[in-house]
Design a protein around this ligand. Structure first.
Ligand SMILES: Nc1nc2c(c(=O)[nH]1)N[C@H]1C(S)=C(S)[C@@H](COP(=O)(O)OP(=O)(O)OC[C@H]3O[C@@H](n4cnc5c(=O)[nH]c(N)nc54)[C@H](O)[C@@H]3O)O[C@H]1N2
Ligand SMILES: Nc1nc2c(c(=O)[nH]1)N[C@H]1C(S)=C(S)[C@@H](COP(=O)(O)OP(=O)(O)OC[C@H]3O[C@@H](n4cnc5c(=O)[nH]c(N)nc54)[C@H](O)[C@@H]3O)O[C@H]1N2
Ligand SMILES: [Mo]
Length: 783
């Protein structure tokens, strides 16, 4: 008997109506009882009570499913909390385990022209795609196609062009096994065109850390939060994007650590927190309990201007050096600096002087606030600096992050308990994808091992990253675009330019779970290949049920095994789809044993164990209860795998973002009710904004100075001077201005609504990450 759930829940009929927008006062504390009730309500409406309970019961538990929400780790040594509950993790699961379906009949009912008018909210909420579909030139609808015909069609397109005109994009939900096969496919074919969402996300972190400390990953473990004296949370909104991090912060604070938030917005999760741990108790007593105010999370909140962090960290470096001069041997870890680092003298010389007027203008902070933070750091024996996208998506991001490395090096905050750099990664396996070789600039030693393992000849020239891909689309240089998850058309910058380019492309292939914008602004021919998600059971293999594995933000590798019955018998796993494409393109007699890998994921892991450092004995170690931890030289042994074997201080010129008169600096961010380009719902609860998304949050004094009023409807115009020296404008119409307590001189809007305002050349230097938090804008009244 098929266990495929028979109850099909209805999808929302209505799309977003911005006229319904509601605005209330922002909240000052995150999580709490409300979080549990909202999450359960969403789960039940998508998947029903039984399926929701089944999915949530095993979330982030040993031998369970790795939460597809974020990359925050679970404890591997300490006691596991009985119900590690996270509202947005539960929503991520509800989104995937939904019993709503997008069937061939659904595609027949919805012409592509009608789908182009829908928002991501409506598209994603239609449900899980049940069968492979195709649209060919002149068609008005996607229609069913068999898997073998789909693979043959891909082969036909790939084999009639050159590898450099094929692009293989990856989104960070892709687990290790499939990521490894996918990069192997691209390289067997002859291209390193492997852009991924990481290029738009934490690439700046890797670009800053690899040359300075010899590794592009964080150097702390979760246990370090139990030993830190000071924890800085900079450019990050954990209450929404990494809610389980709030428990680590609250525990640290309860034992006496100091937590300081640096952010232009007073985000609820940075201010206060109510622990929703015991979900069942909470649900039982929901009717009688009040929400409560929550405990404080941070001791101090520095409301910095967007782009002001480089100035802040330079000022902190100056103050620490100054304090060291006043009482030598008390601040700088001399022994560490002398034995393990290079470049200290140049750094100290560059930070000797400080212009306070400029610092205050660049940061929007007072000298007093910065000195108070410096005092905290001076007194701290172990400091962790956490950051996310508020620091990675600006022209000078790599400089800012190198300045954080400088500050950590000064006090020897590497390789000791309670200290280190903590870039908090986004997608649940984005870090693992890079470890598996999803990278447009692969290291030659990686390719050497790959070639030796498989008898292929990988190309050595670098391929396209995400921004290069956008430019290649614009130039008409892409013939085949394959997307392993994700929604590139909506996630990248300059979306109008990209959409036009994508529509000119010969073939687009989307391996997806749910409909999205990239499917409807497709290439001339387009395939949608439906796949199993993390929570789905993957057992249609000769060797029985399979599991996959992922790497979290702290380099822990763990298995993930889905248990839910898939919504359709037609779904294939990602390894099966990659093998199908590879055999069709490269032939059944290709050197690589594609089929064997797709049938038994142990075979993939055996290959990985011989190609990727740190994965020896992968199949045994991944089956250990707590998985295993990858080597991390700064953390494990205070050593730095740079060319010199030393960690490097660096010197960057001061830079910040300042808008010309009549303009503000716009940052784009996530609401509490979305996952990147997918929207769970329309309630950005902590910020008090619901039922609408086309809003711009502006400080009331800026609103007044610019001559606008709260709730006024405006068109937004961005200004950017490109490499040709020409200032160009981008427009996004009909946004509502909301008076909001953000820092002065800047404003905030939601991603992806504002993406079209970001010029494709507005990127972070060195990492090429789009300047999603550095857009100069002005408002025009609607006439
Ligand atoms: N529920 C949920 N979870 C998610 C995601 C999701 O969409 N939904 N996305 C996942 C992904 S892929 C990622 S990468 C992460 C993203 O996690 P975050 O980086 O937390 O995501 P953003 O919403 O972009 O928030 C950026 C934060 O930086 C602040 N900020 C903006 N500019 C500046 C600045 O110049 N300086 C400073 N100091 N702060 C600034 C903003 O006010 C905001 O609080 O979350 C992951 N987790
Ligand atoms: N303006 C602005 N733009 C941004 C950002 C920003 O802060 N501001 N952030 C950037 C960041 S950090 C990121 S990571 C990117 C995100 O960019 P992407 O990773 O490309 O986008 P997502 O919205 O995460 O992808 C959602 C789609 O993935 C598919 N999917 C979900 N689960 C699975 C699965 O298990 N397998 C497969 N094959 N498909 C699946 C579904 O069809 C869904 O529609 O966006 C970037 N864009
Ligand atoms: Mo991300």
């Amino acid at each position: 008997m098929s266990l495929i759930p028979r109850i099909r829940r209805a999808a929302p009929v209505a799309d977003i109506d911005e006229a319904d927008l509601k605005v209330t006062a922002p909240e000052s504390s995150a999580a709490g009882i409300k979080a549990v009730s909202v999450a359960l309500e969403r789960g039940i409406s998508q998947a029903g009570m039984v399926r929701t309970a089944r999915a949530l019961a095993r979330l982030n538990h040993r031998d369970g499913v790795d939460c597809p929400g974020c990359a925050w780790p679970e404890s591997i040594t300490g006691p596991r909390k009985p119900a590690e509950f996270c509202e947005n993790g539960a929503k991520a699961v509800a989104e995937e385990s939904t019993t709503r379906t997008v069937t061939p009949q659904w595609w027949a009912d919805h012409p592509i022209s009608a789908l182009r008018d829908k928002t991501e909210y409506w598209l994603g909420n239609q449900g899980r795609i049940t069968e492979p579909v195709v649209i060919r030139p002149g068609d008005e609808h996607y229609s069913p196609i068999s898997w073998s015909e789909a693979f043959a069609l891909i082969a036909e397109h790939v084999n009639s062009t050159t590898p450099d005109r094929c692009v293989f994009y990856t989104s960070g939900r892709t687990a290790n096994e499939q990521a490894f096969m996918y990069q192997l496919l691209a390289r067997s074919l002859g291209t390193n065109n492997l852009p991924d969402c990481s290029n738009m996300c934490h690439e700046s972190s890797g670009s800053a850390m690899s040359p300075t400390i010899g590794i592009g990953k964080g150097t702390v473990s979760l246990e370090d939060f139990e030993h830190a004296d000071a924890i800085l949370v900079v450019g990050q909104n954990p209450g929404t994007n990494h809610p389980r991090m709030l428990s680590a912060l609250a525990d640290a604070r309860a034992r006496g650590a100091h937590v300081v938030a640096v952010n232009p917005l007073p985000e609820a999760g940075l201010l206060g927190f109510s622990d929703p741990q015991s979900a069942t108790d909470v649900v039982k007593s929901l009717a009688t309990l009040g929400e409560g105010d929550g405990e404080r999370i941070s001791d101090d909140f520095l409301q910095i201007k967007v782009g002001g962090d480089l100035a802040l960290f330079q000022a902190l470096g100056h103050l620490l050096l100054h304090a060291e001069e006043a009482s030598p041997g008390t601040v700088v870890d001399r022994e560490f600096v002398e034995s393990s680092t290079a470049g200290f003298a140049e750094y100290a010389a560059a930070r000797a002087e400080l212009d306070w007027e400029v610092t205050e203008r660049a940061t929007g902070l007072s000298r007093f606030q910065i000195e108070r933070l410096a005092t905290l750091l001076i007194n701290s024996k172990a400091t962790i600096v956490c950051w996310a996208l508020g620091l990675t998506q600006q022209p000078h991001s790599v400089d800012t992050l190198r300045e954080i490395v400088n500050l950590l090096l000064l006090q020897g905050n590497f390789g000791k308990p309670g200290a280190g750099a903590c870039p908090v990664r986004g997608h649940s396996n984005v870090q693992g994808d890079r470890t598996m070789g999803i990278w447009e600039k692969p290291r030659p030693d990686f390719l050497d091992r790959l070639d030796a393992e498989f008898g292929i000849a990988s190309p050595r020239e670098h391929g396209y990253d995400s921004t290069d891909t956008l430019t290649a689309f614009e130039r008409g240089d892409v013939d085949v675009f394959v997307s392993m998850g994700g929604n590139f058309a909506k996630a990248c910058s300059d979306t109008d330019v990209l959409e036009r380019g994508m529509q000119r492309t010969g073939l687009t292939v989307h391996v997806s779970t749910k409909p999205n914008r990239s499917h409807v602004v497709h290439g001339q021919t387009s395939l949608i290949l439906p796949t199993l998600g993390r929570t789905d059971r993957d057992d249609r293999h000769p060797s029985g049920a399979q599991f996959v594995s992922v790497e979290d933000s702290m380099s822990v590798i763990r298995s993930s095994r889905g248990r839910l019955e898939p919504v359709s018998e037609q779904l294939l796993s990602e390894p099966q789809i990659i093998a199908g494409m590879a055999e069709a393109i490269l032939g059944h007699d290709h050197e690589v044993g594609w089929r064997a890998m797709a049938e038994d994921y142990d075979v993939i892991r055996d290959h990985i164990s011989r190609v990727v450092p740190g994965f020896a004995d992968y199949n045994r170690r991944v089956r250990q209860k707590s998985g295993f931890v990858l080597p991390n030289p700064p953390r494990d042994s205070r050593s730095f795998a740079t060319e010199s074997g030393l960690a490097h201080f660096t010197v960057s010129p001061l830079e910040w973002l300042e808008a010309p008169a009549g303009h503000l600096i716009l940052q784009t961010m996530r609401s509490h009710d979305q996952y990147n380009t997918t929207f769970y719902g329309l309630d950005d609860r902590y910020r008090g904004i619901s039922e609408g998304r086309r809003v711009i949050l502006v400080h009331p004094d800026d609103l007044r100075e610019l001559g606008f009023v709260d709730r006024e409807l405006v068109d937004v115009v961005s200004v950017f001077t490109g490499s040709d020296g020409v200032a160009s404008e981008r427009r996004a119409d009909e946004f509502r201005l909301i008076s909001y307590p953000t820092a002065r001189g800047c404003c905030a809007a939601y991603f992806p609504e504002a993406n079209n305002l970001v010029h494709r050349e507005n990127v972070a230097r060195e990492s090429n990450t789009p300047g999603f938090k550095a857009v100069t804008v002005r408002f025009e009244p609607r006439t």
